[in-house]
Design a protein around this ligand. Sequence first.
Ligand SMILES: [Zn+2]
Ligand SMILES: [Zn+2]
Length: 137
Amino acid sequence: MNAAHHHASKLSRNQGQVLSALRQAKEPLSAYAILDRVRVAGISHPPTVYRALNELIQLGMVHRLQSRSAFVACDHGACNGKAAFAICRQCEKVVEISLSDKDERVLLALSPKTIAAEQITLEIAGLCEACRPAKAT
Ligand SMILES: [Zn+2]
Ligand SMILES: [Zn+2]
């Protein structure tokens, strides 16, 4: 958490508002859902939200979930973006999975020769503990 606080102190007001909206949410938020939550703080233009989101993504403090065009705050405060996500398809709980350099190499190596791999998006869908039906046994 120290790293996160260190970063947080350098954030602009808009970045701080967007980040705290994401941290308070229990689920991934679309840009418009974020806009709804920061309106009370006087932020009312979508481009303002998008700009803050892009800057937070560059800082590794926010990640984009490609499969649902939504955003989540980094579980670790901030990271290098080498992350995968497990997402509960029922309640949308998201757990961030850190990828090691080796994980990344292995995944990039899956790309065929015809496509020069640059970046990975890995999202695992499933059911979280709370959403799994109780076992009959
Ligand atoms: Zn992260
Ligand atoms: Zn769930």
